[in-house]
Every structure is written in C-alpha cells, then in structure tokens.
Design a protein around this ligand. Structure first.
Ligand SMILES: CC(C)(COP(=O)(O)OP(=O)(O)OC[C@H]1O[C@@H](n2cnc3c(N)ncnc32)[C@H](O)[C@@H]1OP(=O)(O)O)[C@@H](O)C(=O)NCCC(=O)NCCS
Length: 147
C-alpha cells in the first residue's frame, strides 16, 4: 500500500471531510445533522464503527457498520463512498475489507450476517468480497460470518 495511504478508525476530526464527500456524491440528499448523529453514535440504540482512508492526511474514502441492539446478529454495511477523483484505486475495497474484519472481531463466537443495499451495477463488486445477492430482494446482499 502507498506510504501516504492509511486506513484508520473514524474520529470526530474526520466528520467535516466526510460530510463534504457525502454532499459531493449525493448532492442535497442528506441532512448533515442526521449524518453526524450516525457517525458519532448519538443514536444510543445503534452501535457502529466507521473507517476512513486518508491519502496525505485527507479523507478520500469511508464507510462502516452499524448494529441495532434489537437485532444483534444483523450488521449493516453503510455509507461506502470514495471521493470521485480517487475512485478506482482500491480505496473502497480497503474499507470493505476493514469492515468485514471488524464485524468478525465484534461478533466473536457468534454467527452473524453483514447486510447491505446496493444498485444492480455494484452487485459484482460486492460479490468479490463474498456477499450474495438475495433472490427475494435484488437490492439486498448478505455475507454470512461464521465465527
Ligand atoms: C462504489 C464506490 C464506493 C467504489 O469506490 P472505489 O474506491 O472506486 O472502489 P474500488 O477502487 O475499491 O473499486 C472500484 C470498483 O468499483 C466498481 N464500480 C464503481 N462504481 C461503479 C458503477 N457505477 N458501476 C459499476 N461498477 C462500479 C468498479 O468497476 C471497480 O471494480 P473493479 O475493482 O472490478 O475494477 C464509489 O464509486 C462511490 O463512492 N460511488 C458513489 C457512492 C456509492 O454508490 N456508494 C455505494 C453505496 S452501496
């Protein structure tokens, strides 16, 4: 991996840069307050962990997992995003790998699923990591993690 590239657990200091990328990738779609609430774990019913890829100390890619207390065996992969000028360099893949590793650690000794919702164009991308498209709902992809 390039020496200027680091995969880190998200910290509060990353939030403004993350919000900028989210706004560029989805103009006007997300309320920054809502995003901040998810990222900073303000919603107490939901546990989460987010990761960033920094390139020369700037966030270029991010994503993470959330789990609701009421469904402890169903983890969701959320918010995978790479800033457009850095797409296609494998940065989101670093995040997906980190998320899978982190859920495995978090769920030690349990069988859990990691779920995500995506557009048809990205199905092949997620299949590379072992996610399987659900026949009942083609937007939904699931990775079973047996610990
Ligand atoms: C999807 C996304 C996160 C990938 O980020 P990235 O850092 O470029 O990802 P990587 O470099 O690890 O991998 C790029 C792969 O994504 C695929 N990809 C990205 N966007 C795609 C699209 N719209 N259609 C088809 N494939 C796409 C590329 O074909 C490439 O596949 P390859 O590795 O087989 O060549 C990025 O394109 C993005 O932020 N998109 C906008 C937000 C989004 O759609 N997020 C996903 C929500 S489920």
């Amino acid at each position: 991996m390039d020496a200027n590239v680091q995969v880190l657990e998200m910290e509060i200091r990353h939030v403004p840069q993350i919000l900028t990328i989210a706004e560029l990738n989805y103009p006007g779609k997300y309320e920054s307050k809502e995003v901040e609430a998810v990222f900073t774990g303000v919603r107490q019913m939901v546990k989460n962990k987010f990761f960033v890829v920094e390139h020369n100390k700037f966030v270029v890619s991010f994503g993470g997992w959330c789990v609701a207390q009421s469904w402890p065996d169903k983890y969701g992969l959320y918010w995978l995003n790479t800033i457009s000028t850095f797409q296609g360099k494998g940065y989101a893949s670093l995040i997906v790998e980190k998320i899978i590793e982190s859920v495995k650690q978090e769920a030690t000794g349990r069988r859990v699923v990691l779920m995500l919702s995506c557009r048809e164009q990205l199905v092949k991308y997620y299949q590379k990591f072992g996610f399987v498209q659900q026949q009942s709902n083609k937007d939904l992809m699931i990775l079973v993690i047996n610990n």
